[in-house]
Ligand binder design. Structure first.
Ligand code: KG4
Ligand code: ZN
Length: 353
């Protein structure tokens, strides 16, 4: 059974052919990073325009790489939300048009459901029930998963998603977009204990909050810059107009901020997962979403798993970030359950799982 998956929820145009729900035959991802990085974040209008340009080439390449045509497909699975509405519209309109003209069944997949099913694309696969920690640019949430379609939300972010915090802090530090991989790399040469950034544990709750951390980094930077400025003013006190302070150098200082910021995010994510394990008495955890590509988070979750004798399932990095194979994987279960979408399918920016 071959399912073509399509994801255009954010800034990547992705198409994938999956066999029997788990075997990736092709997984094409056309990244828009080059377009958005000069703005320090995603520009929704530019994202949807680029999806329009790339949807055919991405689907064409996915089919060609797999050596199949539309006639070989059992269904097309498309992500219909949550995400950027203009971006989602491109994938949904495309999938509906192809399904209608070629007589192919259509299935609709929630993006978060896709992230939940990404660990099934590689060995070893988790069995039910498990706890799913999804950490991405748009979401940070914990689910209890008892089977396909049986999801219970245990906690979610009350403000910024973890990936959003990475991207915003990277912008504050003038490091570029997307911030996650850049901070991940710099943090390797920094001291995670250099700055004691706050950890919002929100006692008694499995919710998350990362906006205070972002403000703490901003305040730390303001103080660092003003200390620097007064040091320079002092040095140049015989001048009437003091020269502006030089920009913060990249190097040890920035590495320490990166490592300390990352330590705060990872500590909270790991601790909350431990709480969920205790509360739900489940000894299996999956980690997915773009931030699951983070080297420190992967390491710390695995260490926690070893300590607590909990099985941990983390997809390889390209399957953590947005991709259409995960949409095909969840779509396979919709197909098997006979859960088809009609041609009145409309995408939604906000969509609970
Ligand atoms: O899952 P994803 O590709 O898109 C959404 O559904 O949001 O996640 C993108 C997010 C971005 O915020 C990006 O900075 C973050 O994942 N990310 C990382 C890493 N790689 C990507 N964050 C931390 N460390 C990484 N290595
Ligand atoms: Zn995602």
């Amino acid at each position: 059974m071959l399912i073509l998956g399509i994801d255009t929820s954010c800034d990547d145009t992705s198409a994938s052919v999956l066999e029997n729900g788990t075997k990736i035959i092709s997984n094409i991802i056309s990244s828009q990073t080059e377009i958005h990085k000069k703005y320090g974040g995603i520009v929704p209008e530019l994202a949807s325009r680029r999806h329009i340009e790339m949807i055919w080439p991405a689907v064409d390449e996915a089919l060609k790489t797999a050596g199949v045509t539309f006639a070989d497909l059992s269904a097309i699975a498309v992500c219909h939300g949550p995400g950027l509405i203009g971006s989602l519209l491109v994938g949904c309109s495309f999938a509906k048009a192809v399904c209608y003209s070629k007589g192919i069944p259509l299935v609709a997949v929630n993006h978060l459901e896709g992230h939940i099913f990404s660990p099934f694309l590689e060995e070893p696969r988790p069995s039910f029930p498990f706890l799913a920690l999804i950490v991405s640019g748009g979401h940070t949430c914990l689910y209890r998963v008892d089977g396909f379609g049986k999801y219970r939300e245990l906690g979610r972010t009350r403000d910024d998603a973890a990936g959003e915090a990475y991207d915003k802090v990277s912008k504050l530090l003038g490091l570029g977009y997307p911030g996650g991989p850049i901070i991940d790399k710099l943090a390797k040469n920094g001291n995670p204990k250099a700055i004691d950034f706050p950890r919002a544990y929100l006692p008694e709750s499995l919710d998350f909050s990362f906006s205070g951390l972002k403000t703490a980094v901003l305040n730390f930077l303001k103080i660092a810059i003003s200390n620097r400025q007064s040091a320079i003013s002092h040095k140049n006190s015989n001048y009437t107009h003091n020269p502006p302070p030089p920009p913060l150098e990249k190097g040890v200082f920035i590495n320490d901020i990166a490592a300390s910021f990352q330590a705060s995010i990872v500590d909270v994510l790991v601790r909350k997962t431990e709480w969920a394990i205790k509360k739900e008495r489940i000894k299996r955890v999956t980690l997915s979403g773009g931030v699951a590509a983070n080297s420190e988070l992967r390491k710390r979750i695995k260490e926690m798993g070893e300590e607590r004798e909990v099985e941990i399932f983390i997809p390889s990095a390209p399957l953590c970030t947005d991709n259409a194979a995960m949409i095909s994987a969840a779509g396979y279960h919709h197909y098997k359950s006979g859960n088809f979408a009609g041609f009145d399918l409309n995408p939604k920016a906000y969509m609970p799982l």
